[in-house]
Design a protein around this ligand. Sequence first.
Ligand code: XMP
Ligand code: MG
Length: 178
Amino acid sequence: MRDLYLHDKIFEPYISKAEIDVAVNRLASEMVRAIPTEDTVFICVLKGAFMFFSDLMKQLGSGGRQEFIFAKSYAGTQSTGKVWLSELNADALSGQRVVLVEDIVDTGLTVNYLAGRIQEAGPLSLHICTFLFKAEVYRGLRTIDFKGLTIPNYFVVGYGLDYEEKGRSLPEIFKLKG
Ligand code: XMP
Ligand code: MG
């Protein structure tokens, strides 16, 4: 595969579609063994998690319910240190088993903030799931219950992840070159 030009930056192929599929399937099996997925509300954190969420839900079959929220903390290739969150449907989460589904957990700021907001809705339980996990830079205290792939501190795009709104639709993952 060739290098990819998005805005002013060059990205190189990093994680193939086949590797993504294997990781999603493994994660789905892990989840089915660990929690009653048919009786769970899955929250997709938009925009980034849309592709992973869709693939994961298809692996889980007919079970569960789906909710969607928007969150934003990145500008360009850097975290802004602040999290913006859209309206949360608290009624749909109260007393429910909830799984928060993220595209990537980096420092943990976003997931920590979102988990705090979800806890306020009074769920029966809350598990965190992320497709990518940057273990080296994670500073959160919360356990990440389900992880797809652990990666170094690379800036990545594709499979839902963007650089300034470009690259989301790519079926595989690219990393910033250099
Ligand atoms: P924190 O630091 O809050 O970051 O854990 C999580 C959120 O930041 C975005 N993010 C990325 N987006 N490539 C991206 O396209 C990356 O390498 C990356 N790292 C973090 C993402 O929105 C995530 O929810
Ligand atoms: Mg982004």
